[in-house]
Write a protein that binds this ligand. Structure first.
Ligand code: SAH
Ligand code: SF4
Length: 383
């Protein structure tokens, strides 16, 4: 079994080169060929000595997950479904905007946290992605888009770890992947433009702060432990007070001077003015300075098995106003790629249900699920 070079950050690649009896600086050349130029085979790497290329051909390979399908939305959003083997698939979404291009990347097939409002959570956990599978999503998307848009410059300026999975429950694979994204010889992203989103894995937030402090988004979704215990079951292990302490510690190292709290707006569940006022008391206790944060309200993307409903627009506006009147910067996330199910929490919509939870609930409601072409692999190779 040869080594997949997408698994290595620059330091890992340097060690690999040393094991081949090559100088460490060769790793920089190799790394740039892979990530900056998108080379797919060693023979393309013309400035590497032939002897090194020959060694690489027998000891290494470059392999990203293969594309099962690609969908483009009328607003320019592109969603890819990647095959990661064993019947598992993960999704990656590219969101173009006037001043930036954002790639939303998956970190796991499924997720063990099991949030009530998340279709990945309903699917259950299948497995962690490897570093190569995480980096491979960016490698593929960046070089695909450059070709597609006939652009030689970088297309992806921002990466958010907000696809399927809880990135901080796959830390060992995540860390080298983040380093590849940040490396000037790799994708050269700034720490402020690389965001890890977490449901609140407290010990790993501390690790990330020390190892690789990037922008942090925390999925809060509720102002009290009793409600959050229900919506985000991980809260039973790391309740809100502990989570907030971890956020305060993170800010010492963070590239931005605030934490972004994500808050999924669920009709009648967490979207009342009283909830907003509780959030204000939580982040600004006794009207004091409290925790430096911004809120990003996400209109819930419904899926049948959740039994939940999206808050109406007026309620979201009222909630946002209540927070901003208290001096908390609040944004409402635009939904993108609605026509291709690329919005948050819909990413797993077509992927096999691992736990059977969705199917059981649907059966109780007498709704029949028809497998989509993606789930059956019928449009494999479309991209
Ligand atoms: N596991 C990480 C990152 C992936 S989820 C986390 O939970 O933060 C990325 C974001 O999408 C999270 O804020 C999550 O709460 C939100 N999300 C999940 N399902 C959603 C849905 N159905 N509608 C709207 N947002 C959702
Ligand atoms: Fe996992 Fe995040 Fe979905 Fe919760 S919201 S189940 S942590 S992917």
């Amino acid at each position: 079994m040869t080594a997949n070079l997408l698994d290595y950050d620059l330091e890992g690649l340097a060690l690999f080169c040393e094991r081949l009896g090559e100088k460490r600086y060769r790793a920089v050349q190799l790394f740039r060929w892979i990530h900056q130029k998108g080379a797919v085979c060693f023979d393309d790497m013309t400035d590497l000595a032939k002897s090194l290329r020959e060694k690489l051909a027998t000891t290494a390979h470059l392999s990203a997950p293969s594309v099962l399908s690609q969908h483009q939305s009328s607003d320019g959003t592109i969603k890819w479904l990647f095959d990661v083997g064993g019947g598992d698939a993960v999704e990656t979404v590219f969101i173009p905007e006037d001043d930036r291009g954002t790639l939303c990347i998956s970190s796991q097939a499924g997720c063990a946290v099991g949030c009530r409002f998340c279709s990945t959570g309903h699917q259950g956990f299948s497995r962690n992605l490897s570093t190569a599978e995480i980096v491979g999503q960016l490698w593929f998307a960046e070089h695909f888009l450059r070709k597609h848009l006939k652009q030689s410059q970088r297309v992806i300026s921002n990466v958010v770890m907000m696809g399927m999975g809880e990135p901080l429950q796959n830390y060992a694979a995540l860390l080298p992947a983040l380093r590849v994204m940040l490396d000037d010889h790799g994708y050269g992203l700034s720490r402020r433009r690389l965001t890890v989103s977490t449901s609140g894995v407290v010990p790993m937030m501390d690790r990330l702060a020390l190892d690789c402090p990037v922008a942090l988004a925390v999925s809060l979704h509720a102002p009290t432990d009793s409600l959050r215990d229900h919506l985000v079951p991980l809260n039973r292990k790391y309740p809100i007070a502990e989570l907030f302490d971890a956020c305060t510690r993170y800010l010492v190292h963070a590239p931005r001077d605030f934490i972004t709290f994500e808050y999924c707006m669920l009709d009648g569940v967490n979207d009342q003015v009283e909830h907003a006022l509780e959030l204000v008391r939580l982040v600004r206790p006794q009207g004091g300075i409290g925790l430096s944060c911004k809120f990003n309200l996400i209109p819930f993307n419904p899926f049948p098995a959740s039994g939940l409903v999206r808050s109406n627009g007026a309620q979201v506006q009222l909630f946002a106003r209540t927070l901003s009147d208290a001096g908390i910067v609040t944004t409402i996330r635009k939904t993108r790629g609605d026509d291709i199910d690329a919005a948050c929490g819909q990413l797993a919509g077509d992927v096999r249900d691992r736990t059977g939870v969705d199917e059981r609930i649907l059966r109780q409601r007498r709704i029949v699920i028809h497998p989509s072409p993606e789930a059956t692999g019928a449009d494999r190779g479309q991209a």
